[in-house]
Design a protein around this ligand. Structure first.
Ligand code: DAH
Length: 342
């Protein structure tokens, strides 16, 4: 065989092998093609190699070199085809991925029980015509105390009973006029609403309040209140009791009774503690009363023309009673085993 013929059959072989590998659609057909071209016993390359003996001795070196190059080229083409099929088989996915294993569900967050309670309370009060109002959590003594008829020397203003802000204390004495504090009650929002609007007023305010209490089962330094304010002509204590009764029946269930006990708050006169009778016991949920004329005067309302009631209920207390939660700290521990139950 001439070197010329030998070399041209090698060239033809590379092209044929590349076509065959390209055409293979699965590992079986690829393997078939591999055996056809590279097979040790009867592969096409092997057959050509057998012709080497018939080539002129002086041309054999060239023939051998080209034979090796051809073999390498075919092997490279085979390797590429194998990679291509391998990737297609696995869809490009990590071969250790096992689609038969049960999946890992992504953890979905949900609304915190206190936020759920707040939404529920807003919805119930909204049906009675109360709209939501908001105020800042960092307050000044005017809104937290003075306008609410809590005078300078009142023990409720004691720095030991409030979170005054250190920055504000630099220029002013703690609790003094220029100081700032985390609001200790949502009654502040009553003042903010009345300063900006004229009666009739029917608002609730749901938000955080802060007091330096040591945490235990029933105390936490941050908690929530639902404040209510109703101002119009001829508003009476009977209106207050009706609103609170309807509220309690809606939130806790139909068999709820309500009781007022005489009490004192600087911003209401008369003032009462509000108890609900539910599941066999009386439980105190907050305070209420008729807005004190001094408060109306502080915001520029004429107490001869208007009267109103106000109330402040503990949101945690409501939430805990309804759901049978016995320790307020559970609400703020961030423990998912607890939170997942709501
Ligand atoms: N602000 C009171 C407190 O934090 C609760 C309260 C009592 C609010 C009587 C009122 C009210 O609006 O009329 O303990």
């Amino acid at each position: 065989m001439s070197l010329q013929d030998f070399l041209s059959s090698l060239d033809g072989l590379v092209a044929d092998a590349a076509d065959a590998f390209q055409a293979a659609t699965d590992t079986d057909s690829l393997e078939e093609a591999r055996v056809r071209f590279l097979g040790q016993k009867s592969g096409a390359l092997r057959d050509i190699q057998k012709q080497m003996g018939s080539i002129e001795a002086s041309d054999r070196k060239t023939a051998g070199m080209r034979l090796n190059q051809t073999k390498n080229a075919i092997q490279t083409a085979f390797g590429e085809a194998k990679d291509r099929l391998g990737q297609a088989d696995q869809g490009g996915i990590d071969p250790t991925f096992d689609p038969s294993l049960p999946g890992v569900r992504p953890e979905l967050g949900h609304v915190h029980p206190i936020t759920q309670t707040i939404e529920h309370l807003m919805e119930i009060m909204g049906r009675m015509g109360f709209e939501a109002a908001e105020g800042p959590e960092v307050e000044d003594p005017w809104h937290n105390f003075v306008a609410l008829n809590i005078p300078e020397d009142h023990p409720a203003r004691d720095p030991l009973d409030n979170f005054y802000l250190a920055t504000a204390s630099k220029g002013a004495d703690l609790g003094g006029e220029g100081s700032q504090l985390l609001r200790s009650q949502t009654s502040t929002v009553q003042i903010r609403v009345m300063e900006n609007r004229q009666p009739p007023i029917r608002v609730i305010s749901l938000g955080r309040v802060y007091r330096p209490d040591a945490p235990d089962a029933t105390h936490f330094p941050m908690f929530h209140q639902m404040e209510g304010l109703f101002v119009d002509r001829h508003v009476t204590m009977a209106n207050l009791k009706t609103v609170l009764r309807v509220f309690a029946e809606n939130y806790l269930g139909t068999d709820v009774d309500i009781r007022f006990r005489p009490s004192f708050f600087p911003f209401t006169e008369p003032s009462v503690e509000v108890d609900f009778y539910w599941n066999g016991t009386w439980v105190e949920f907050g305070g209420a009363g008729m807005v004190d004329p001094n408060v109306f005067e502080a915001v520029g309302y004429d107490p001869e023309q208007y009267s109103g009631f106000a109330f402040g209920l503990g949101v945690e207390r409501l939430c805990m009673r309804r759901h049978g939660i016995t320790d307020i700290r559970d609400l703020y521990s961030g423990d998912l085993r607890f939170l997942r139950q709501f």
